[in-house]
Write a protein that binds this ligand. Sequence first.
Ligand code: UD1
Ligand code: CA
Length: 456
Amino acid sequence: MALSVVILAAGQGKRMRSELPKVLHCLAGKPLLEHVVTTTHGLDSHLTPLVIYGHAGEKVQHALAHLNVTWVPQSEQLGTGHALLQAMPFIPDDHRILVLYGDVPLISIATLKKFIATTDANSIGILTAHLPNPHGLGRILRNKQNDIIGVIEEKDADEHQRYLNEINSGIYLLPAAYVKKSLPLLQNNNAQKEYYLTDIIGHAAQNNMPIQSMLVRTHEEILGVNDKVQLSVLERYFQYQHAEKLMRDGVTIIDPHRIDIRGEVSVGNDTTIDVNVIFEGHVKIGKHCSIGPNSILKNVILGDHVEIKANCVIDGAEIAAGCIIGPFARIRPGTTLDLHSHVGNFVEIKNSMIGAGSKINHLSYIGDTDIGKKVNVGAGTITCNYDGVNKHRTIIEDNVFIGSNSQLVAPVTIGEGATIGAGSTITRNAPPYQLTICRATQRSIDNWQRPTKKED
Ligand code: UD1
Ligand code: CA
C-alpha cells in the first residue's frame, strides 16, 4: 500500500518560552523539523511529506524553504486530530499514513522501516515505549487480553492510569480511508479542549479495527522536545551516539561527552580528537591526525597526519597531509595548504594558497595570496590586500624569505628566491634572488640625552 507521510508541526511550543517557533530550534545545528524531513527522505527519496504548519508559519516556511515538502496550513491549533484533518484532502483513500511530529526529531529510519514492514496494511499501527518516567505523555490503555483499547493523555488520566508506563509515541500508521471516516467524529471534551488524534485509537478499538503496537528499542528516539531542558537532553544523546560511532570506527575521542558534531563528519582511524572540539558542515579528516582542544572545524578537508593544535578556528579550507596548524590559528574560507606546511600562533589566512613546505609561524595576516613552495614568512607579516574599495592579490613565489614585520601592499609579486629585509613596506614587485629592503637607514646619534622628569 502506498504511503503518505504527515508531519505535525503547527504547535506554538509554549513551553519553549521562545520567540522562535519550536520546530525551528536546532538540534546538532539543524532545525528539529528538518531532522524529521531528512528521515522521511531516508525512508524513500521520492516521498514528499505533508507538513502541517501554523504558529509563526511564515517564519517556518521561510527558514526551511529548501526542503522538499508540501506545506499544509492549520490556521488555528485545535489539536493533533484537527492538524491531521488538514492534510486529508491531499491523501488518496488507498494510502496509509505515517504520522510523525516536528518536535520528535530523533526517530530513526531503521525503526520506521521496521514499523512499516511489521504493521499490517489494514491495521492501525502505534509505536510505544516503556518509560521509567512517563510524565507528561499519553498512556497506552490495554484490556485484560492485553489488547490496546485506547490512549489517555496525562491531563485526562486518573491516578491508576497515570501509574501506567507504556507511553504513546504519537507515531502511527493509519489507513487513510479509516482516518477519513473517523477524524470528523472526534470531539474536544477533554482537559485541553483539543481534538486529540489519540482518540481515534479508542474509536478503532470500539469498532474492532485491528490495532498493532511496536515497542521502540531506544526510547530517546521517540522523546519529544517540549522545553529547553528536553532539547538539551536530546542534543547530548545525539552527540554521544555520534561520538560512539566514530570511536567504533577507530577514532580516539578523549572525552565523548565533550564533542559537538553539527553536520556530516568522517574521520580516519587513529585520529585523536581532544576535548571541546566542534565540527560544522561537511568535515572530512584523514588518518593519524590530531585535533587539539577547543578547536572549531567547519567545512574542512584534512589529509592524513595533520596536526591541529589547541584553539584553532578553521572554516572552508583544504589542508594537505602533514600540515601543522596552531595553536591559536584562524583559517578562513578559500584557503588551501599544501603538503607539510606550517601555520603557527596568531596567524590569520583568508582565500590563499600556501605551497608545500612553507611556513607562516607567528602573528601574520595573509589574505588573497598565492604562496609557492618552501617559503618562510616571518613574524608579523601583513599582506595589505584591501585598498579601501577593492581586494588585490599578492604573489609570493617559491623559496622566498620574508623578513619579520613586513607589509606587502597588493597587487605585488615577490619573485622566486627573493629575500625581503625585515621591517620593509613593499609596494613594487621584488625581483627574484635579490635582497629587497625598504626602510630608513639605521643611524646613531651621539650625545643624545633621554628626557628626565621635571622637578615640581
Ligand atoms: C502528543 C500526544 C501524546 C503523546 C505525545 C508524544 C495527542 C493528543 N497527544 O502529546 O499522546 O504521548 O504527543 O510526543 O496527540 N500540533 C499541531 N497542531 C495542533 C496541535 C499540535 O500541528 O493543533 C503538533 C505540534 O506542533 C507537535 C505535535 O503536534 O509537533 C504534538 O503536539 P503537542 O502539543 O506537543 O502534543 P503532546 O502534548 O506532546
Ligand atoms: Ca510534544
